[in-house]
Design a protein around this ligand. Sequence first.
Ligand code: SIN
Length: 271
Amino acid sequence: MHIAKMSGAVGAEITQVDLTDLGDTGFNDLRDALFAHGMIVIRNQSITPEAHIALVERFGAIDINRFFTPVATHPMIAEVRTSPDMTRVIGGTWHTDHSYDPAPAMCSILAARELPAFGGDTLFASMTAAYNSLSEGLKTTLRGLRAVHSDGSFAQSNVGIEADAKAFKEPVYHPCIIAHPTTGAPCLYVNGDFTTQFEGWSEEESAPLLRYLYAHATRPEYSCRLRWEEGSVAIWDNRLVQHFACADYAGHGRLMHRITVEGSVLSAYTG
Ligand code: SIN
């Protein structure tokens, strides 16, 4: 397996590997690369929906997204579809998958199925780099705070997600700075799609600091840009990164298959 970093803070491109033929050592190397780089893209794969599911199950149990349209033949797979007449896309703002759940999804595995002639890249930003570059004063303040996360933004979605009222759940609380469950690395854990406020603060009081954190966390130097190719499969760790799907291919379609893996309750990073 050949691993090449995509930027200073996040992302690695992996070649010379077949995801359908990974021994235990190969799988462990892949998972270590994920934890080291936050997002990995494996090029030149020929992966059926069954092989996609089998790969995901090596990481853990599948966490079926309750808002996305499932693939008709494989309901464990969520469809991320943009039709040519759409100008907005699923995931077209910086976010963390499933942060509205009490035990948010550990990772997401996205397989390219139909790509536009141009554009449609996905950007990733390192939440460890974002935390590490804050001042000591703000780090200390944030380590003492939890934030509220809600799935309410799906109610206003206009990107083909039609949520059943029963899908919506009560908001949840997560530490603003979490310790990565495997490596212990600190990660900033607030995002613009699902975080509504700090615990004990009003939305109005929270908004200026949250706005600052979102802008800080997605600075170019903490991010990378993934250019999809036919046969690309990307895996990202939702505790280590946020991501953003770029809606710059109006008039063209795009279809991706996404599966998310169950995660655990998140603990605060204590320094
Ligand atoms: C997502 O937010 O999971 C979708 C990412 C993408 O379509 O690039």
